[in-house]
Design a protein around this ligand. Structure first.
Ligand code: SIN
Length: 352
């Protein structure tokens, strides 16, 4: 089901901008048994049409063309769903009548879908992802206001040329740097090192910095938008005494690996030695951090590996999958050339 509002007049008499609103599921479309229940509920139930009904007046912010593109909890998102999101967003962005796209999405893997779209969408028009921490049936549900804010951002000229954005709880964040950093609070997303791009204040987007002509990494992998299968990349979570056999299992099956390392991306020495062998065999390894704060830098003793910079482990995985897909598209390379190419892909991840 889909609908579009007829052209409404802005105060100056100009037609309101048109925004595509694509529903994909999550808590924002979730339903609990009672309004007091905020934790036990079913995510991905309500349609985007139904969510719009709780937003009287949204047609004064922008004309909305809504479409249901799926309805699932985001823990079930897979690369094939990212590919579909890429195709659906691409179709909406190619429509000359649309000034931007808003995607409603579960928050648990929102940062991965957002970063995938950042890497694969080449349009200057904004793609804005939003979600909710409380189900739609909840007392003080945060979904409706998040949709209103996301639509206001997608309709704003200031959002152009910034790649994919995340709008949650009145904050505007770059998909490149934002992470989910809370389990329950409505203030669940942040970008610790680089901060906010701006805020939505009483429905008005306020950007703190000018957009860039070429935001880092935006559209770098446009050639892979809509590609259903991406190379397998496993994330290994480093911990004291982590079993080596689990590392070897992933090494045998993955085209590349990300280690959510300790501190500044460190790992036990037996794991480090085994993974150096993976790199030599043509499986690039990226070091991220399990700490959740601070960049991961190059480090003595870790020369074969690539530092993730500002990227969280899940984001580093998305970039590595696409970088490996691109390497495969270019044809067979030596392990050294492959790792060097992936290293270049991660270079700008050290900038805020
Ligand atoms: C989900 O990610 O689909 C469930 C959790 C949420 O949306 O907050």
């Amino acid at each position: 089901m889909s609908r579009s509002f007829d052209s409404a007049a802005a105060p100056c008499g100009a037609p309101l901008p048109q925004v595509a609103l694509l529903g994909t599921g999550g808590t924002i479309a979730g339903v609990a048994d009672t309004p007091l229940e905020q934790i036990s509920y079913q995510a991905g139930v309500l349609s985007v049409e139904c969510m719009l009904e709780s937003l009287p007046g949204i047609d004064g912010v922008a004309r909305i063309a809504s479409r249901q593109c799926g309805n699932l909890p985001s823990e079930d998102m897979r690369p094939c769903h990212w590919a579909k999101l890429g195709r659906d967003c691409g179709a909406a962005l190619n429509d000359a009548s649309m000034c931007g796209v808003v995607l409603t999405h579960g928050t648990d893997t929102l940062e991965e879908s957002a970063f995938y779209l950042h890497l694969t969408m080449s349009s200057l028009k904004p793609v804005v992802l939003t979600g909710a921490m409380r189900p739609a049936t909840s007392l003080s549900a945060d979904g409706p206001i998040n949709i209103r804010d996301a639509v206001a951002v997608a309709a704003s000229p200031g959002a152009r040329g910034r790649g994919a954005l995340i709008v949650m709880n009145g904050r505007i964040l770059s998909a490149r740097t934002a992470v989910k950093a809370g389990t329950l609070d409505v203030e669940a997303f942040c970008a610790l090192e680089s901060g906010l791009l701006g805020r939505v204040i009483n429905g008005r987007p306020v950007f703190y910095h000018k957009g860039e002509d070429e935001p880092p990494l935006a559209g770098t992998y446009a050639a892979h938008a809509g590609q259903e299968r991406l190379p397998r990349v496993d994330v290994l979570y480093a911990c004291a005494g982590m079993p080596l056999d689990a590392v070897l299992f992933s090494m045998e099956r993955s085209a590349g690996l990300v280690v959510a390392g300790m501190g500044n991306g460190s790992m036990p020495s037996d794991v480090r030695k085994a993974l150096a062998g993976a790199v030599a065999a043509g499986r690039p390894v990226v070091r991220a951090s399990r700490t959740g704060g601070g960049p991961v830098t190059d480090l003595d003793g870790y020369a074969p590996f690539i530092a993730s910079g500002m990227l969280s482990a899940p984001k580093a995985r998305v970039l590595l999958m696409l970088a490996l897909a691109e390497a495969a598209r270019q044809g067979a390379q030596s392990p050294q050339a492959l790792t060097a190419g992936v290293r270049r892909a991660f270079e700008c991840c050290h900038e805020a």
